[in-house]
Structures are given as C-alpha cells and as structure tokens.
Design a protein around this ligand. Structure first.
Ligand code: UDP
Ligand code: MG
Length: 332
C-alpha cells in the first residue's frame, strides 16, 4: 500500500483534498488535478482524497477512481469530523515533498498549481492563495467571512492573512511541523501563519461550486470562527480587565454621589449602604474575573503545548563547532 512507503520514495507532490458529499465533483476534480500536475511538470504525485463521513457514494467513487488510476490514495474517516480534521488527516498521511491542500468541490482551481509551484521555487515555505473574487456565494456568507477575518486579525497575536482559506502549497518541513502541533482544536490557516517561515501569497478568483452544496452549515462556520478566535487569542479572557477598569471609574463617581447624598441628608434610609455594597461587590467580581482570566489564558497557552519557537537556520559556528550547527539544521 502507498501509505506504507518509506521516506526515500516520497513523491514530489501530494495533493490533499477533504471530501464531504462530493460524488459529482470528484471525477472532474481528479481529472483536472492530474492535468494540472502534468502542466506544472510534476511527474510523481499522489492524490490523497479523504472521505469525511459522506452520506452519498463519495467513498465508493474514491475507491473506483483509485482502482483506475495509480497515485490516488483514498482515506475513509470513521465519521464526519469536519473540514479541518479531514484536512489534518490527509496532511498527516500524505508523503510528498510539497503538499497542496485544496477543496474537492473545484472552488479552488487546481490549475493554479503551476503558479504556486514556481512561486515556491523562489524559496518560500508556504504559498497561500488569496481570494480576489468569490462569485455565487451568498451575501451572508461573504459578510460573515469578512467580519470574521477582520475580528480575528484584530485579536490574534500572529498576522492571519484575510480572505485566505486553506488552499495553499506547503513544503514538507512546514507540513511536518504542522502535524506535530498537538492541539486538538485545529484551525489550519492560523496554525500555518503561526509557524512562520517565508510565506507568500498569490491572488486568484474563487470559482462557483462545481456541483452539490456547501458542507459548511452555519453551525460549522460558527465552530470554525470560535476555533480561530479562541486558538489564536486570549483577548476575550482579558475583557474582564476592561470591565473592571470601566466599572472602577463609574463606581468612583457613583460612590462620590452616594456619599454627598448621605452627608447632605438627601437620601432614603438604607439606600447608601445598599448602593455602596453593590458598587463594591461589582468591582470586586470584575477584578477577580480579570485575575482568573489572566491565569486561565496562560494555562490555555501552556496546555496547547505548542513548541516555543522554531529555528530555521543557524549560520557560522555560534554553538561550539560548525559541526553542531550543521546538525542543528539537519535535525529538522
Ligand atoms: N468538507 C469536509 N467535511 C465537512 C464539510 C466540508 O471534508 O464536514 C470538505 C468539502 O468536501 C470541500 C471542503 O471541505 O472539499 C470545503 O467545504 P465546502 O465547499 O462545503 O465549504 P465552502 O467552500 O462553502 O466554505
Ligand atoms: Mg466549497
């Protein structure tokens, strides 16, 4: 079986496509992807088609295509895990020196491969495709996606490019690093941005779906948005600090007003103590939440267990001998 290959017979390219109810698109997708490889001059490639618990005959179609054409690897997941996990499964099983992650519904044109490859030849680790146009997608989806990308960009500690999905070409080194990240909530485009290295973009026009309907229901979109924001930002946890600060300001004025009212005798018995207690406990609670949020944010970052940093290259002989430097580079 193809998946048992050893590292020395890696194909030069893997195309990884998660498939959920893509029975109608698959034959054309395979044809166009194969043609794109020929055009890009890639002779040895594998096409990893991951069936993400489809309810139609997607898996049977993948098996049929794999029996007809060599180089097709079918992966059947136990159930529907969602796009990000289906893509992660394909990325962890593929073996190519370069990996193209692409949707199977032909919204991402496989023909972009040649341009992505030649951009990568310039020395990039990741070349991601940025959407210039998204025809035939609902106004709601475009609006929601645009708002989400902007919020995410504002909150996230790393720059996650806007209008960029998961359609991208990555080197084996990036894919290995991506696969090694242990977090279970996987937001691939954010994780790749977080990995760093040399990344370039290529503009393209997103095409309408070849057939079928989007598998991204509103619930799945919201889940993806939540995964993106919570995995790449602890800012929401820090909201309590702002509330505590704002609360302290408002309560400061309020306390002054309460005390003056009490001193000039313009108050109802019992109101002063009640109002003071409310203000005091209100700020107290916000302050405690802010403290818990600060710790929780640090616990969350620690629990994700991401490596602290990656070294891409060491030059000269900064750590002892040149031999050690060479080893450090190779260890990757
Ligand atoms: N997909 C998947 N599992 C899902 C939903 C979608 O593997 O639960 C695949 C789908 O077959 C397609 C890609 O992920 O290849 C993108 O999904 P879709 O086209 O439905 O999303 P959209 O392009 O509308 O955002
Ligand atoms: Mg699509």
């Amino acid at each position: 079986m193809r998946l048992e290959r050893t590292s020395d017979d890696r194909p030069s390219l893997s195309i990884v496509a998660p498939c959920f109810n893509e029975v109608e698109s698959l034959p054309t997708f395979v044809e166009r992807a194969t043609q794109a490889c020929v055009t890009a001059g890639v002779g040895d490639f594998e096409l990893v088609l991951v069936n993400d618990g489809s309810d139609d005959r997607t898996w049977e179609t993948i098996c049929e295509l794999a029996s007809r054409q060599s180089g097709i690897v079918g992966v059947n997941l136990a159930r529907n895990y969602g796009h990000q996990l289906a893509a992660s499964a394909g990325l962890s099983l593929c073996r190519g020196d370069r990996v193209l992650l692409i949707d199977a519904d032909l919204q991402d044109p496989p023909e972009l491969l040649a341009a992505l490859m030649s951009r990568m030849d310039e020395g990039y680790d990741v070349v991601y495709a940025r959407r210039r146009k998204r025809p035939q997608e609902s106004a709601f989806k475009l609006g929601a996606a645009s708002a989400f990308y902007r919020v995410l960009d504002a909150l996230s500690e790393v720059r996650i490019p806007v209008e960029v999905g998961d359609f991208r070409l990555m080197t084996r080194r990036v894919v290995d690093r991506l696969n090694a990240l242990p977090e279970s909530d996987r937001f691939i485009r954010g994780m790749v941005a977080w990995l760093g290295g040399r990344q370039a973009e290529l503009l393209y026009d997103r095409e309408p779906r070849f057939a079928g309907q989007t598998g991204y229901t509103l619930a799945k979109m919201l889940r993806l948005a939540a995964a993106g924001i919570t995995s790449f930002s602890t800012a929401p946890l820090r909201l309590a600090i702002w509330f505590a600060g704002l609360g302290a300001l408002v309560a400061g004025g309020l306390i002054l007003y309460i005390l003056i009212g009490f001193l000039v005798g313009r108050t109802t018995p019992g109101w002063t103590s009640l109002a003071l207690m409310t203000a005091f406990f209100g700020i107290g609670q916000f302050a405690c939440m802010a403290i818990i949020g600060a710790y929780l944010g640090r616990v969350f970052v620690q629990v994700k267990g991401r490596p602290l940093f990656y070294v891409d290259e060491i030059v000269g002989s900064p750590i002892g001998s040149p031999l050690q430097a060479t080893r450090a580079r190779r260890a990757d």
